[in-house]
Design a protein around this ligand. Structure first.
Ligand SMILES: Cc1cc2nc3c(=O)[nH]c(=O)nc-3n(C[C@H](O)[C@H](O)[C@H](O)COP(=O)(O)O)c2cc1C
Length: 198
C-alpha cells in the first residue's frame, strides 16, 4: 500500500505541510509506505490549454512527468492546499497539469483525501475543488477536511485538526485494504469518529 502526499504551499513548515505530514504519519501507522512531494521544490510550467492531454500526453517537459508517474504508482493520493482567495496558485497549477494522468483512467479507483487550510474564510471552496478533482479522476475520496491557521505552525495548537489529519491518513489505508469500503468504526462520519476517540 503506497500513499503519496502532495503539499501545494510555498511555505516550508507551514500549516498545510504540517497537516499532510500528520496524515501521512497516520497512513504509515496503518502500515502504508508513504512519500511526500513538495510542489514548491518542483519546476512545473503552467498549463497552456492545448488539450493534447486528452490523448494522455502533455507536451510540456518539466518535473510533472516524474510526479505524475509517482501518482499513478500510488494506491492513494493525498493533496494539501492552502486558501489564497480560493485554491492557492501553486495548487491550481499542479491540478491543471495532472490532467494527462486522469484522462486515460490511470488515477481511477485510487483512494484519495484532501486537506484545505485557511486563516478564516473560503476554505470550503478549496475543499470543493479537491472533491471535484477526485471525482473527475474517478478516485474514491474518503474526505476533504478544512482547518485553520494563519502563521506557520498555528495549526499544531488545534488538537482536533491534528487528530483528524491523522485519522484521514489511517482511513485511506484501511478503506483501500477493505476493498474500498469503510471499515469498523470508520463507518462513522470522520468528524464524529475523531471527536469520539479524543
Ligand atoms: C495571497 C494569500 C491569499 C490568502 N487568502 C486567504 C483567504 O482568502 N482566506 C483565508 O482565510 N486565508 C487566506 N490566506 C491565508 C492562508 O490561507 C493561511 O495563512 C494558511 O495558513 C497558509 O497555509 P500554509 O501555512 O500552509 O502556507 C491567504 C494568504 C495569502 C498569502
Amino acid at each position: 500500500m503506497r500513499i503519496t502526499g502532495v503539499v501545494c504551499s510555498p511555505r516550508a513548515g507551514g500549516n498545510t505541510e504540517i497537516m499532510v505530514r500528520q496524515a501521512l504519519a497516520g497512513a504509515a501507522d496503518a502500515g502504508a509506505e508513504v512519500e511526500i512531494i513538495f510542489i514548491r521544490d518542483k519546476h512545473i510550467l503552467p498549463c497552456d490549454g492545448c488539450l493534447g492531454c486528452k490523448n494522455g500526453i502533455c507536451h510540456l517537459q518539466d518535473d510533472m512527468q516524474e510526479i505524475g508517474e509517482k501518482l499513478v504508482a500510488s494506491d492513494g493520493i493525498l493533496i494539501g492546499v492552502p486558501t489564497y482567495w480560493t485554491v492557492a496558485g501553486m495548487g491550481a497549477n499542479f491540478l491543471d497539469r495532472v490532467l494527462p494522468y486522469g484522462y486515460d483512467g490511470r488515477l481511477a479507483n485510487k483512494v484519495a483525501a484532501g486537506i484545505a487550510v485557511a486563516s478564516r474564510s473560503a476554505v470550503d471552496t478549496v475543499a470543493g475543488v479537491l472533491r471535484r478533482f477526485f471525482i473527475w479522476g474517478h478516485m474514491h475520496c474518503v474526505e476533504c477536511i478544512c482547518h485553520y491557521g494563519t502563521k506557520p505552525g498555528d495549526i499544531v495548537q488545534d488538537k482536533y485538526a491534528m487528530n483528524q489529519a491523522w485519522d484521514i491518513g489511517r482511513l485511506m489505508v484501511l478503506y483501500a485494504e477493505n476493498g474500498n469500503n469503510y471499515p469498523g468504526d470508520f463507518i462513522l462520519p470522520i468528524s464524529e469518529y475523531t471527536k469520539r476517540r479524543m
